[in-house]
Write a protein that binds this ligand. Structure first.
Ligand SMILES: O=C(O)C1=C[C@@H](OP(=O)(O)O)[C@@H](O)[C@H](O)C1
Ligand SMILES: C=C(OP(=O)(O)O)C(=O)O
Length: 416
C-alpha cells in the first residue's frame, strides 16, 4: 500500500491529543520477565507487531512432546535476541527460532557464543552466525561470561533478562565501547523494579539470582520513539502549534526521551503535565550545523535527519554504527531517499552529514525498505510538500495506528 500525504492547514478547532501505547522495548522485556515470573502483571503494553510476536511466542508454549516448535518473530530484533536466551533455559524444550528474510541477515553470533559459554545448546540452521537457530533448552550451570558490547545492546539485555533464573546469577564483562547504553540500564532498572539485585560498575554487570518475586504490577510508560514523529511534526509546524501526548514522565527509562533536549534546539518546547507531554512550537531554530552524538538513542536518528532536512538545517549525526544492521541499512536508505528529495547527504559507517538545503522536491515517492522508521520519519515532510510513502503498512512494527493518528492531525492520507 502506497500512501500519498498532503497537508491542508485548517484553523485549529481543538487541542490535538494522542494516547501512544507502551514502549515496545519495555514491553518486550516485561513480557519475558512475566513468562519467568507469572505473578507480574502489566498495564499499557505496546500494541506493536513486535510485542504481539513476543507475546505469542511466550504464550504459545506447547508441551515438550511437540519438539521442535517453530517460532517466527518476523522483523522483531528484540524478540529474536531475548527469546534466544529465554528458550536456551527452558529445560527439555526444543525450538527453531526464525524470522523474516532481513532477520536472517541480522547477526546473532555474539549472543549465541555467550550463551554457549554458559552451557547452552544452540546451533545454526542455515548460515553460521545468523538466524534461524535450533535451541535445545537446558539448565545453564556457569555464571561468568565476556562479550563484545559494541555491536548491539540487545545481546546484553537478553543475557541480563534470564540472569536471575540462573543458579548463581550472572557476571557479564563487556568488551570494547558499549553501545546503546540506556537500553542496558532500562533492563537493569526493570529487574530492580521486580526485586532483582544488580550492579553495573565500569564494564562489569552483575545480576543476583532470584527464583520468585512478590506479586508486582507495572504500568509501562508510552513509547518515546513513537513520540519522535510528533516532535518532528511540531518542528516543521507554524509557531504556536501544540499537541499533547500521553502517558509520559520526566524520569524515563527510555533513552529516546533525549528528544526533549534535542528538539528544544529545533524550536519545540516540552511541558510535562498530568502524565502527559505538551509539545509546543515556540520559535524557528538558528541556522547552524546541528552536531549530535546518537550512540544512546539510535532509533531517532532517521527522525532527526529528516527534521533537519525539512527545516533546511545542516547537521552532522554520529554514533550511528548500529544503523547498518537494523531493519535495513538505515544510513544507505536515508542517503538514497533524502537525495531524491534534493538533499546533499554523505554517510560513513557511523555518521551522516547533511548540507544546508533550500528546496524540497515535491511528489517524491519514498521507498521504506521494510523499515517502519523510514515510513514514519519521512511522513512529517508532507507539512512542506506532497509526498508518497511506499509500503506504508510497515509502520505496524512499532506504531500500528500511525496513519489514523496522522489523519486526525489534519494530514490528507490517500491510497495510491
Ligand atoms: O533493547 C532494545 O529494546 C533496543 C535496543 C536498540 O538496539 P541496539 O542495541 O542493537 O542498538 C534499539 O535500536 C532497538 O530498537 C531496541
Ligand atoms: C531497531 C529497531 O528494532 P529491533 O532491533 O528490535 O528490530 C527499531 O524499532 O527501530
Amino acid at each position: 500500500m502506497n500512501l500519498k500525504l498532503t497537508y491542508n492547514p485548517q484553523p485549529a478547532t481543538r487541542q490535538l491529543q494522542f494516547a501512544i501505547t507502551g514502549s515496545k522495548s519495555e514491553t518486550n522485556r516485561l513480557l519475558l520477565l512475566q513468562a519467568l515470573y507469572p505473578n507480574l502483571s502489566l498495564e499499557n503494553t505496546s500494541n506493536s507487531d513486535d510485542s504481539e510476536v513476543m507475546s505469542k511466542a511466550l504464550q504459545n508454549e506447547q508441551p515438550s512432546t511437540h519438539n521442535p516448535q517453530l517460532v517466527d518473530v518476523h522483523h522483531a530484533g528484540t524478540a529474536m535476541r531475548f527469546l534466544t536466551a529465554f528458550f536456551a533455559i527452558q529445560e527439555g524444550k526444543e525450538v527453531i527460532l526464525t524470522g523474516s528474510t532481513r532477520m536472517k541477515e541480522r547477526p546473532i553470533k555474539i549472543l549465541v557464543e555467550a550463551l554457549q559459554q554458559l552451557g547452552a545448546e544452540i546451533s545454526y540452521e542455515e548460515q553460521a552466525g545468523f538466524p534461524p537457530l535450533s535451541i535445545k533448552g537446558k539448565k545453564l550451570t556457569r555464571s561468568k561470561v565476556s562479550l563484545p558490547a559494541n555491536v548491539s545492546s540487545q545481546y546484553i539485555s537478553a543475557l541480563l533478562l534470564i540472569a536471575p533464573k540462573l543458579e548463581n546469577g550472572l557476571e557479564l564483562t563487556l568488551e570494547g565501547e558499549i553501545t546503546s547504553v540506556p537500553y542496558i540500564k532500562m533492563t537493569l532498572a526493570l529487574l530492580n523494579e521486580i526485586g532483582v539485585e544488580t550492579s553495573f560498575v565500569d564494564n562489569i554487570i552483575s545480576v543476583h539470582s532470584q527464583f520468585t518475586i512478590h506479586n508486582s504490577q507495572f504500568t509501562i510508560e508510552s513509547d518515546w520513539s513513537s513520540a519522535s514523529y510528533w516532535y518532528s511534526i511540531m518542528a516543521l509546524s507554524e509557531i504556536g502549534t501544540e499537541i499533547t501526548l500521553s502517558s509520559y514522565k520526566p524520569n524515563s527509562l527510555q533513552g529516546d526521551s533525549a528528544l526533549v533536549e534535542i528538539y528544544s534546539a529545533f524550536g519545540v518546547e516540552t511541558i510535562f503535565e498530568n502524565n502527559s507531554i505538551l509539545l509546543r512550537k515556540t520559535h524557528n531554530p538558528k541556522l547552524t550545523t546541528h552536531n549530535l552524538q546518537l550512540n544512546n538513542c539510535p532509533d531517532i536518528a532517521q527522525t532527526i535527519a529528516v527534521t533537519c532536512f525539512g527545516l533546511g538545517l545542516p547537521c552532522h549525526l554520529t554514533g550511528l554504527h548500529t544503523l547498518k544492521i537494523k531493519e535495513t541499512d538505515r544510513l544507505e536508505a536515508l542517503k538514497a531517499e533524502l537525495t531524491k528529495l534534493g538533499a546533499h547527504v554523505t554517510v560513513t559507517d557511523e555518521s551522516l552529514t547533511l548540507s544546508q538545503s533550500e528546496n524540497i522536491n515535491p511528489n517524491i515517492s519514498i521507498k521504506t525498505y521494510q523499515d517502519h522508521r523510514m515510513a514514519m520519519a519521512f511522513a512529517p515532510l508532507a507539512l512542506k510538500v506532497p509526498i508518497v510513502i511506499e509500503e506504508a503498512e510497515v509502520v505496524s512494527k512499532s506504531y500500528p495506528t500511525f496513519w489514523t493518528d496522522l489523519k486526525s492531525a489534519g494530514f490528507l492520507v490517500a491510497e495510491q
